[in-house]
Design a protein around this ligand. Structure first.
Ligand code: C2E
Ligand code: MG
Ligand code: MG
Ligand code: MG
Length: 278
């Protein structure tokens, strides 16, 4: 280390500090499930014209005892890298189904599924088990997957998707347009919904390029007979543009922020212990 000048040593120290913090976060994340630090938020999805609620997306939250709320953009990638996403994903699905089954109004729930979950050999069995033990009707369940899920093992994923759909579960393509082969994915995989990524929705009414992409996606959905939902609508101008272009469904802060369990129950109605047939 004699040839290191001061700058490089400083840089090493910063790197060390960063990697210690990262290691600490990983170690905390490993314990977070047994320590009950995860909880769910629910964000409404709406008919873009009538504003009627059509369903809720389930979003995972981590309340760290010291750091407070850690965003999923931070902890989901770590969970994926360190083999923790399968257990976490199953916990989310089970918790979401157990919650939704108690609602008076049987709204659909949309649950995010990570690529590693979809390729785990017992995934469909686990879903079956959760549906059976919760009593949630499979028609109320939508699974959101991204392009990252389908590029690795196309044959297996296709088979898994068909098995899920046979049960009445629907499958949405999340973050549409952000990957490399969104169009190829639509051609091969039987998606029930396209969720246009929020990056195309932001300022779409005054950005001709985004407008062109969004219009083509809506046209594509219409031609293929796949409903399209616009993600991340924040204001009336974005909503009006999408409505005018005949988008049917929307999700975003303009309609409602992600809510905790009690707030969502105020919308869905809550009947403790209610079990749905099916
Ligand atoms: P996503 O599945 O695309 O979820 C939508 C994200 O957009 C959520 O962020 C939501 O809070 C945010 N959002 C909704 N409306 C608006 C809006 O109008 N403006 C803006 N700026 N943002 C909006 P969140 O909850 O931070 O989640 C981020 C990502 O983390 C999700 O993106 C999803 O990829 C992942 N994630 C969250 N929960 C889970 C989970 O349980 N399992 C897995 N595998 N991934 C999850
Ligand atoms: Mg999603
Ligand atoms: Mg998305
Ligand atoms: Mg995403």
């Amino acid at each position: 280390k004699a040839d290191h000048d001061g700058k490089i040593c400083h840089y090493d120290a910063v790197m060390d500090q960063k990697s210690r913090e990262h290691d600490a976060l990983v170690s905390d994340l490993r314990k977070a499930l047994v320590n009950n630090q995860f909880f769910l938020n629910f964000q409404q999805q709406n008919d873009i014209r009538s504003r009627d609620v059509t369903g809720f997306e389930v979003l995972c939250r981590w309340r760290h005892p010291v750091r407070g709320l850690v965003p999923p953009s931070v902890f989901i990638p770590i969970a994926e890298d360190y083999g923790l996403i399968k257990n976490l994903g199953i916990w989310v699905l089970r918790e979401a189904c157990n919650e939704a089954v108690q609602w008076e109004h049987p709204y659909r729930i949309a649950v995010n599924v990570a690529p590693q979950q979809l390729s785990q050999p017992d995934f469909v069995d686990l879903v079956d088990d959760i549906l059976a033990t919760s009593g949630l009707s499979p028609e109320r369940l939508e699974l959101e997957i991204t392009e990252a899920s389908i590029i690795d093992d196309q044959t297996n994923v296709l088979a898994v998707m068909h098995r899920l759909k046979k049960r009445g579960i629907s499958i949405a393509m999340d973050d549409f347009g952000t990957g490399y082969s969104s169009l190829a994915a639509l051609q091969i995989f039987p998606f029930d919904k396209i969720k246009i990524d929020s990056s195309f929705i932001r300022d779409v009414y005054c950005d001709p390029q985004k407008a062109a992409i969004v219009r083509s996606t809506l046209l594509l959905g219409a031609s293929l007979g796949i409903p399209v939902l616009a993600e991340g609508i924040e204001n009336a101008a974005e909503r009006d543009f999408l409505a005018q272009e005949r988008c049917c469904e929307a999700q975003g802060f303009f309609f409602g922020h992600p809510m905790d369990r009690n707030d969502v129950r105020a919308i869905t109605g809550y009947a403790a212990g209610l079990q749905q047939a099916g």
